[in-house]
Design a protein around this ligand. Structure first.
Ligand SMILES: [Zn+2]
Length: 135
């Protein structure tokens, strides 16, 4: 039932990043990573635009909120949903704030829902329904 999507995971902590990446790949999604908001924004502006960006809050150079703002201020990227999370909490999903622990299955649900929102926009995504898991 679930569909493959492309996800950019942004976190400066490699072990946290791996948790998300493993869970998302387990669900069949194509995953790319960046270690801070600046690197993420560079990737996005270079055209590697995913269905959804999952980002940590506290990171060097550019934090999750700054990344979220930069994405929504960029006309090319404005329709890309940015989900801000920390540890096992989702701080914000698009605008409404959620604050609850989530499982890998719920993480998949977040991605599915974010991508549905994204489909309203017309942005080229990497990896959607690709035959392998690499991004
Ligand atoms: Zn998608």
């Amino acid at each position: 039932m679930t569909k493959r999507h492309s996800v950019l995971v942004v976190d400066d902590d490699g072990s946290v990043r791996s948790l998300y990446v493993d869970a998302l790949r387990e669900s069949g999604h194509a995953v790319a990573v960046a270690s801070d908001g600046r690197e993420a924004l560079d990737r996005l502006q270079d055209g590697a635009v995913p269905c959804v960006v999952l980002t940590d809050v506290r990171m060097p150079r550019m934090d999750g909120w700054e990344l979220s703002r930069a994405v929504s201020n960029d006309p090319q990227l404005a329709s890309v949903p940015v989900v801000v999370l920390t540890g096992d909490k989702i701080l914000a999903f698009a605008s409404p704030a959620l604050d609850k622990p989530f499982s890998p299955v719920e993480l998949d649900g977040i991605v599915q829902r974010a991508c549905d929102l994204h489909r309203a926009g017309v942005i080229e995504r990497f990896g959607d329904d690709a035959s392998d898991g690499q991004a």
